[in-house]
Design a protein around this ligand. Structure first.
Ligand code: IPE
Ligand code: IPE
Ligand code: MG
Length: 245
């Protein structure tokens, strides 16, 4: 696939992929059919992000709260994840896509942990797009785990707690070396964050669409990007200050 790098100030796009179940129910299909179709959307959106020259794409694939769903649905989602990793392996390598995973991976089964670690390793040289899958992920859980690591580091004498600042705190998050999202998209009409990237989205732009994730596509993504480009990000400053910058 040809990679065209456009002039573009969107470095990191994050997406809450929502509405798979409703998409399936609308057509009288089991919820899992919605998740299957949702994977097709993922493939299309990754491709479009590479074409758009976006460097980081974070996808909320499975939340810490989603563990509470019926066992069959959780199992089906894990199956789709394994299938995705094997079916997309070559494509990721060809397109320079590097896979990263965030979340409490210890709750995932051993075969899945292994497949993820393997995919991260195999794709580690990818230069075009870093695809961050949030799995067994909750923003509060991530912040709490970071706080534990920070406390341990202070106890070990490696960290001076008086020198703890935003930057150091961020480095203990799962997203440690990943820049903050510029734009967060949520599909399916829900207008909430549902525990995704709580710390990192402090100054992200938000875009909500009624389109259900299985119906989302490259054209819908371009609409969101156009909307984003028309916005003015102020980061707490005044317009005059921003012009001086
Ligand atoms: C998003 O779709 C996928 C996951 C949360 C895993 P949903 O499964 O939440 O679909 P709805 O919101 O029930 O329609
Ligand atoms: C958020 O969707 C989690 C993912 C997209 C993986 P949910 O469907 O779980 O969120 P709520 O329950 O509607 O807030
Ligand atoms: Mg949902």
């Amino acid at each position: 696939m040809a990679v065209t790098t456009k002039e573009f100030s969107l470095n990191h796009l994050a997406i809450i992929m929502d509405g798979n179940g409703r998409w399936a129910q609308k057509s009288g299909l089991p919820r899992v059919a919605g998740h299957q179709q949702g994977v097709e959307t993922v493939i299309q959106i990754v491709d479009e992000c590479v074409s758009q020259g976006i460097h980081f794409l974070s996808l909320f694939a499975f939340s810490s709260e989603n563990w509470g769903r019926p066992r069959e649905e959780v199992d089906a989602l894990m199956g789709l994840l394994l299938q995705f990793l094997s079916s997309q392996r070559q494509r990721m390598l060809d397109d320079g896509v590097r896979l990263r995973v965030i979340g409490d991976l210890t709750r995932l089964s051993e075969p899945i942990q292994k497949a993820l670690a393997n995919a991260e390793k195999e794709t580690s040289q990818g230069q075009n797009l870093t695809l961050i899958l949030a799995l067994s992920y909750g923003g509060r859980d991530e912040i709490m785990r970071a706080a534990q690591k920070i406390a341990q580091s202070a106890l070990d004498g490696d960290l001076d707690i008086n020198k703890l600042d935003n930057k150091t705190f961020s480095s203990f998050l799962d997203t440690g070396d990943i820049p903050e999202p510029d734009l967060l998209i949520r599909t399916s009409g829900e207008v909430r964050i549902s525990n995704f990237l709580l710390w990192q989205t402090a100054y992200s732009e938000f875009y909500f669409t009624d389109v259900l994730w299985p119906d989302f596509n490259a054209a819908e993504l371009r609409k969101a990007l156009d909307d984003y480009r028309r916005r003015k990000r102020r980061f707490g400053l005044t317009d005059d200050q921003l012009e001086d910058l």
